[in-house]
Design a binder for this molecule. Structure first.
Ligand code: G3I
Length: 381
């Protein structure tokens, strides 16, 4: 345990200490000694791989003082949950909206974090102008290439040397491993992926470049990724990593499935990232899994059983599943560069609103009051 003199600590640290004096049950904080224990994920599990979190503008602006403090104290990598998506950062062809992304990158650099950019090319949250002309028809392949190059070069160059890794292409595959029929695919075919990687590499040759997708525990989807990696290399472009999003539920995937995925995907020579890890306790109606935000269901009480609190029995099952996943990640630490949790606390998780809006879920490492869950403490040192 590490002890700090209270006069030497930053305002974020102070905020966290003041807000939750019982933050860790093993804490030996006594006010008259002006000390506090600093068990953290980055000093614990962070020794095996980078430990990251998806952040929002409230946190990176410091408006959420406690959240910002917790991120700095616990994590050594961040990814922006929304502010770098095309519709947000590049809403019109000749207009970029930099404020939130600039703030995000500055926050990460200031706190010496491994800063990730998310995401350059994605069919969802795509600015409406991007793939069509003024009357809504798909643009030609040359126009789309020019727009992609301009979009990617402008963003990647702006943060060159500060954003260390980019989700260059996100969710280009369907569960059966074939290409999603996105506007990018309709206009450019398979080439849109290697072309995006080429543009990103030209803009920042040092940056790590990732293909990121969900449900990669499905063998069909793994085959799709192997094909994409080969197509990027055949094109003469560079890919350094594969992001496994990992939006999981109590029903799975199994450790066996994820282990197989790690083996198969790492056989490409790419580094693996567990990029968007969360574990819902809520059932997914109609066997929805994955993370396709276009799949939604209507709210019904029966689908929101833990609105007031989570029973201990469910907490235990959740912890057991989380432990199994983290044990697997640890035992494959030579292949896994980073594990990123998708959201700081349960309160912020997208899971509360997908696939049904307005539920109360418990999928992250920290409770709604910013305290660490029992399981989370086992990852700290
Ligand atoms: O910011 C607007 C706000 O101005 C508006 O009033 C409000 C009304 O709906 O919407 C707000 O935007 C929402 C945004 O999150 C910020 O909260 C969007 O509607 C909502 O669709 C968006 O959801 C995000 C989703 O991606 C779609 O971009 C989730 O927060 C985010 O967690 C989720 O993240 C994705 C990854 O990027 C890719 N992998 C799957 C993962 C989960 O879907």
């Amino acid at each position: 345990m590490k002890y700090l003199n209270i006069r030497n600590i930053g305002k974020y640290t102070l905020a966290i200490m003041l807000s939750s004096m019982s933050f860790f049950s093993t804490s030996s904080c006594t006010q008259n000694k002006k000390t506090e224990s600093f068990l953290s994920l980055k000093n614990g599990i962070g020794k095996d791989f980078l430990i990251g979190v998806a952040v929002n503008p409230n946190e990176t602006s410091g408006r959420d003082t406690i959240g910002a403090a917790l991120i700095v104290q616990q994590f050594n990598s961040i990814v922006p949950e929304n502010c770098m998506k095309c519709a947000v950062i590049h809403p019109e062809e000749n207009r970029y909206s930099w404020a939130r992304a600039d703030q995000y990158v500055s926050f990460g650099v200031k706190h010496h974090m491994f800063v990730i950019g998310h995401c350059l090319i994605w069919h969802s949250q795509l600015a409406p102008w991007f793939c069509v002309d003024s009357i809504g028809r798909n643009v030609s392949s040359s126009v789309l290439k020019q727009r992609m190059k301009s979009h990617i070069s402008t963003i990647v160059s702006r943060y060159k040397g500060r954003v260390k890794g980019w989700d260059v292409v996100n969710e280009a595959l369907l569960d059966d491993g074939t290409y999603r029929n996105s506007k990018f695919y309709q206009i450019l075919g398979e080439e849109f992926i290697p072309y995006a990687f080429k543009c990103a590499h030209e803009a920042d040759p040092q940056a790590e470049l990732y293909y990121n997708d969900y449900s990669l525990f499905l063998p069909s989807k793994q085959h799709g990724v192997l094909h994409i990696v080969k197509s990027i290399r055949d094109y003469g472009a560079r890919i350094t990593g594969i992001g496994m999003q990992s939006h999981y539920s109590m029903e799975g995937p199994s450790i066996f499935q994820v282990h197989k995925a790690i083996d198969t995907l790492s056989s490409t020579g790419c580094k693996l990232m567990i990029t968007e890890f969360d574990l819902t306790v809520l059932s997914l109606p109609n066997e929805l899994n994955g993370a396709g935000i276009e799949q939604t269901e209507k709210y019904s009480m029966q689908y929101n059983p833990y609105a007031k609190s989570l029973p201990d029995s469910i907490k235990q099952v959740w912890s057991k599943h989380m432990k199994a996943y983290f044990d697997l990640y640890r035992s494959n630490k030579s292949k896994i560069e980073r594990v990123t949790i998708w959201g700081l606390t349960d309160n912020y998780s997208w899971r509360n609103n997908w696939p049904i809006s307005g539920r109360t879920d418990y999928p992250t490492l920290f409770n709604r009051d910013y305290t660490a869950k029992q399981f989370t403490k086992t990852l700290m040192r």
